[in-house]
Write a protein that binds this ligand. Sequence first.
Ligand code: ZN
Length: 246
Amino acid sequence: MIDIERAFHRLASSAFRWKFRLHGRELAYLETWGMDRVMEQGGKFIDERLAPAEPRNDGRQTPWGNHPIFVAQHATATCCRGCLEKVHEIPKGHELTEDEKVYVLQAIRQWLESQKREGRRRKRFMAAIHISRPTIVQAAGNKPKVIEEFIGRVNSQTDDVSVARMKSPGGWVEPGQMPEFDEYTIVLRGTLRVTTRDGVIDVHAGQAVIATGGEWVQYSTPGPDGAEYIAVCVPAFSPGSVHRDS
Ligand SMILES: [Zn+2]
């Protein structure tokens, strides 16, 4: 096993490794779930697919995409035992030791951190970013509601703020939540009911409401026609920070 900095020097001089970038779905996944959760999943992947003395399908066990860890493994030559031996000088044929697993995960994490920074830098150098379509996000609640995230962690890899259009049917009720973000809502059509510990507010078309982060709130659209509204969250919405009632 060589020094991790030396390994990164070797990787940087490889045209093949250098091609790998974290973007699109895999970057969005990392932004949505956060580094700690993703690294936890990485630990499981390494245990199952790389650590055994004779891993199954060794050399072909790591998919090219679909998870940030897989992309990071190809970029850091921790994708199979052959690459691990060649670049990192960790010999094949034995089960990885705890130290070796820690080393592999550190290389993966270091690469993911660098890609997150890179993504931010790329965005900052652009004068304007055209968002050509939203991502449809899975909605909570008792009836199908359409959430179109235009700006946010998933669709534009924006952490600071999210902007989504909601189309919610009559009779829809969402579980209560105590989100970490402030939520600013403009109702375009119909009526949105906002219930807090202070009472009930019916917000009609052409009106707006601000729900303060850290306070319990519940959204619903009891009217027969439901509602359409724009919701802005600061910082951006994430499944980990909404804290829905269970
Ligand atoms: Zn490999």
